[in-house]
Design a protein around this ligand. Structure first.
Ligand SMILES: [Zn+2]
Ligand SMILES: [Zn+2]
Length: 65
């Protein structure tokens, strides 16, 4: 099964939610990443799955940039 929106990366461009954030079809606008609304929308209190090599620390206080 392959997600048509994010190419199974699990993340999309924050500015273009229908384009993958990484990979061969990655959006080139330089926007931040956002979890794919189709395949990677975590339940409340859960952490979205991270793309390979992506380094963001999430702790109980929420997102940390
Ligand atoms: Zn997806
Ligand atoms: Zn974009």
């Amino acid at each position: 099964m392959k997600c048509e929106i994010c190419d199974d990366i699990g993340w999309v461009c924050e500015n273009h939610l229908d384009r993958p954030w990484d990979g061969p079809r990655a959006c080139t606008c330089g926007g931040a990443g956002a979890p794919c609304p189709a395949c990677n929308s975590p339940a409340e209190g859960e952490t979205p799955r991270m793309p390979h090599g992506f380094k963001v620390e999430v702790d109980k206080d929420g997102w940390r940039h």
